[in-house]
Design a protein around this ligand. Structure first.
Ligand SMILES: Nc1ncnc2c1ncn2[C@@H]1O[C@H](COP(=O)(O)OP(=O)(O)O)[C@@H](O)[C@H]1O
Ligand SMILES: [Mg+2]
Length: 286
């Protein structure tokens, strides 16, 4: 479980990027983080895996304190935080298998000159991880031979190979076309649920977030303005998230399903016949 309480982060230049963030993500729960550019989404993920230091409040992964961790303790925590980037961050000239195996590097006691000689157990984990994303058939291909969707699947496999206790994905489908975005995000969410890993996904595409995630956390100017089920994303919430400094507008994007139209009245239950003073409107015409 990932637990965040009263998290505040101020950049060295004095800019307060996160203010009093409270968020608990259960095992297997997939939570989308939405918000305008600059809202603080990436800063939040970087605080969770300790890339930004100096945040205050409390931040724990399975009870382990991230904010108070020393260098060694932090490295131990980080090796089981799976991070998925928009631009994949694969090593292009290496094979798919070696890229996934690199997710095991943090688990090895020493990294000597034979960096890519991994024990059988690590290889089994890498094979299983590639199977989970349907990419085992590409294991021996170089990463630079893959399409964008395949690269992102490999980076999901690399995160899985870490045996993660939390998965953080920063705009993981922003470089993919709409069809692929949906497939890759749905796969990531399904795998996270199956593996029981709490997962945070920064995402710009609200419809996709609603479709694939269990929960939505909306951030504006470093503050959580909504945290709840996708069905609660009303126009008000979307305006607070995206248009807090602009005129209110109706998003009308079908994010919140409208109530189904009432069934037409059955014959016999129709209103009483109109009087002369209240003329009936002829069907559909005025
Ligand atoms: N290194 C930094 N120093 C100062 N301000 C920063 C730094 N990195 C990001 N910021 C600012 O923090 C805010 C949040 O940034 P970020 O977390 O990247 O937003 P998002 O991912 O939601 O687009 C932005 O206003 C950004 O300009
Ligand atoms: Mg960002």
């Amino acid at each position: 479980m990932l637990s965040i309480k009263h998290l505040r982060y101020v950049y060295p230049n004095g800019y307060e990027a996160l203010n009093d963030i409270n968020l608990t993500v259960e095992d297997g729960e997939v939570c989308a983080i939405i918000g305008r550019s600059g809202a603080g989404k990436s800063t939040l993920l970087r605080c969770i895996n300790g890339l930004e230091r100096g945040a205050t409040g409390s931040l724990t992964i399975d009870g382990d304190d991230v904010l108070g961790a020393s260098g060694d303790e932090l490295r131990t925590i980080q090796r089981r935080v799976g991070f998925i980037w928009q631009e994949y961050n694969l090593i292009e000239r290496l094979s798919v298998m070696n890229n996934v195996l690199s997710g095991r590097l943090g688990h090895r006691r020493s990294v000597g000159p034979l960096v890519y000689h991994f024990p059988a157990e690590d290889r089994e984990i890498a094979v299983r991880s590639l199977e989970r994303v349907s990419m085992l058939h590409r294991a021996s291909h170089r990463a630079d031979q893959l399409s964008g969707g395949e690269k992102q699947r490999v980076s999901i496999a690399r995160a899985l190979a870490q045996e993660p206790r939390v998965i953080l994905a920063d705009e993981p489908v922003a470089s993919l076309d709409p069809e692929l975005s949906e497939q890759v995000l749905a796969d990531l969410a399904r795998i996270a649920r199956d593996e029981g890993v709490p997962t945070l996904i920064n995402i710009h595409d609200v419809d996709l977030a609603v479709e694939c995630c269990d929960r939505i956390c909306a951030i504006a100017q470093g503050v959580v303005v909504y945290d709840g089920p996708p069905s609660g994303l009303t126009d008000d919430v979307l305006n607070r998230t995206y248009r807090f400094d602009r005129e209110w507008k109706s998003f009308s994007r079908g994010v919140v399903p409208t109530a189904p139209p009432a069934a037409p009245p059955s014959i016999g239950s129709l209103a009483p016949a109109p009087t002369e003073a209240e003329p009936a409107l002829a069907g559909g015409t005025r």
